[in-house]
Design a protein around this ligand. Structure first.
Ligand SMILES: [Zn+2]
Length: 77
């Protein structure tokens, strides 16, 4: 539940279409790096934030905008 709310917040700050494009781009890059499907999915920049904090109480209240950007090394690294 909190997991999906984190994704909702990510979509609100980025826009629905850019969110989905970047989501797909991350997955594609990960697959090109020969990650198996599950790893490629979990390493998507938005999934990393969502999985890291989906059990953190009150996360959406103290979360900073564009918090997923700190995982960018998973794209550029
Ligand atoms: Zn997710």
């Amino acid at each position: 539940m909190r997991h999906e709310k984190i994704h909702l917040q990510q979509q609100l700050e980025l826009g629905i279409l850019p969110f989905h494009l970047l989501y797909l781009l991350c997955y594609t890059i990960n697959r090109l790096r020969r990650m198996p499907h599950n790893t490629a999915y979990r390493q998507i920049i938005f999934e990393q934030e969502a999985y890291d904090f989906d059990t953190t109480p009150g996360y959406l209240h103290f979360r900073k905008p564009y918090a997923w950007w700190k995982y960018r090394e998973s794209i550029f690294g």
